[in-house]
Design a protein around this ligand. Structure first.
Ligand code: SF4
Ligand code: SF4
Length: 340
């Protein structure tokens, strides 16, 4: 195949359903940009029986649902293998998002047939970039476990969270991923949530990436990865002039479940008690009041209303007061399909 790989926007599909299930909030690492918030999300490790009950609430017999198992570090859950097998039997397509440590011998306890994707996180193409962000020794552990997973036949993906600390190193990721045998590459952009919003001891408070920098770097890296046979996905972030704005809360089914039973539809809202649903006695209960779902229908020139409310520093304005870019829904993705 030849020609330039094309980035396309992955629109929200009717009936598509994604469940992001945080099984626990505990983690063995302390990444500098970690957004986990035990005050808002709880500190429990959900028992197996509870996880299975909650999975039943979101499964549909007639259609596959995508399930992403998260933490904290989900492989710290001692029954993760049983959860994966049960989810598969409920017609979920299952992904585990791990920091790479793969506790409880996960690779020996599930098969590539049972786990659709095993996703790893790295924030640099080598240890001197990655480890100051994610922790000493993390690069070596993570890449060794990626190689083990690939050798055993698991589909692997990798998440790279772009910030001002590592955007200059992103272009060195595609060759590394090709060498490791990673099939999908998710490029995320850091949000002004949790630690990144706090003044750092070294005085660096803004880890955000300027729009021009993001647009100059990320599409080119995605194209380079696609040329190496890797499927790349990254957030749209800025809408083109002619592109329609859509809020996933209005047109898609996404559920972000936390161990304290909170269920959000919008990930930007996760640090605030404005979740649309609560799981009570193993039932999904819609919450009345001024919660996230009351904001989704609002139409503003900036695009995403939650971004305007919670991350206003992300938006630049023209002298006449109109926004320079409209901010897309944070769940809207661009993808570049592999060229080989
Ligand atoms: S691995 Fe994930 S949950 Fe753990 S500290 Fe890093 S960002 Fe937070
Ligand atoms: S990020 Fe914005 S557009 Fe997307 S679901 Fe949340 S409020 Fe809606």
């Amino acid at each position: 195949m030849s020609g330039a790989p094309l980035a396309r926007t992955v629109g929200f599909q009717p009936g598509e359903r994604n469940v992001f299930f945080h099984l626990l909030t505990a983690c063995n690492l302390s990444c500098r940009h970690c957004y986990i918030n035990p005050t808002q999300h709880g500190t429990a490790t959900l028992p197996l029986a509870t996880v299975l009950q909650w999975l039943k609430l979101f499964a549909r017999a007639e259609r596959q649902t995508t399930l992403i198992l998260l933490g904290g570090e989900p492989t710290l859950h001692p029954q993760l293998a049983a959860i994966i097998k049960a989810a598969k039997s409920m017609r979920y397509a299952v992904t585990v998002d791990s920091n790479g440590y793969l506790f409880h011998d996960l690779l020996d306890r599930v098969t590539p047939k049972e786990l659709d994707y095993l996703s790893f996180s790295l924030d640099g193409p080598e240890a001197p970039v990655n480890d100051p962000i994610r922790g000493q020794g993390v690069f070596t552990v993570c890449t060794e476990n990626i190689r083990r997973a690939v050798a055993l036949g698991f589909n692997t993906s990798l998440i790279y969270t772009v910030s001002a600390l590592n955007i200059d190193h992103l272009h060195r990721m595609p060759p590394l991923l090709a060498d490791l045998g990673v099939r999908r590459f998710f490029i995320q952009v850091i949000g002004l949530r949790g630690n990144p919003a706090v003044q750092q001891p070294d005085g660096a408070s803004n880890w955000q990436v300027e729009p021009q920098r993001w647009l100059a770097v990320v599409p080119q890296v995605a194209e380079a990865a696609a040329r190496l046979g890797i499927h790349v996905v990254y957030p749209k972030v800025y809408l083109d002039r002619e592109e329609p704005f859509q809020c996933a809360g209005m047109v898609a089914e996404n559920f972000f479940i936390f161990p304290n039973g909170r269920v959000y539809q919008c990930p930007l809202c996760e640090d605030h008690p404005i979740h649309s649903y609560q799981i009570e006695d193993n039932r999904l209960v819609h919450r009345d009041g001024l919660n996230e779902d009351r904001f989704f229908p609002l139409t503003i020139p900036e695009g995403c209303v939650m971004n305007r409310l919670l991350q206003p520093d992300n938006i630049a304005y023209q002298p006449d007061g109109t926004p320079v870019h409209r901010i897309s829904c944070c769940l809207l993705k661009q993808e570049v399909l592999p060229l080989i």
